[in-house]
Design a binder for this molecule. Sequence first.
Ligand code: DQA
Length: 151
Amino acid sequence: MKKVLVLNGPNLNLLGQREPAQYGSDTLATVEVLCKEVGERLGVEVECRQSNHEGVLIDWIHEAGREIAAGTLLGVVMNPGAFTHTSIALHDAIKGASVTLIELHISNVHARESFRHHSYISPAARGIIVGLGIKGYALAIDALVQVSQAK
Ligand code: DQA
């Protein structure tokens, strides 16, 4: 069975307690259950990981690139958190490792502070899902499966 990797970046471990007006009251554990349920429905294995550390996320992107090349991974769904707006290194990792990646944000970053309007990830992403709450994870997994089957 092919796999999808769901990566969550900094502070997403605080989902549920963190700014509920922006991110809702569901926890990361709930998000991960939702992702696995979508995977079962679509016939793909879903693995979820979260890190607050940029280098760890970069290592996981490199690993994903090797698994995509080996044909065992379809691609990555990633909520890069605040690294979205700062990390040229994540941009380079996604491009350098040729990773098919859907960028996802729970909140509508374009309706928030101007420093959230720019993403270093978007130019390296296959597609972007923004502002649809945690349902965006399900939509992103579905989209990743569809674009990688169309390849
Ligand atoms: C976020 C939006 C980012 O601007 C913020 O730094 C996050 C979460 C979102 O899911 O809406 O940590 O990626």
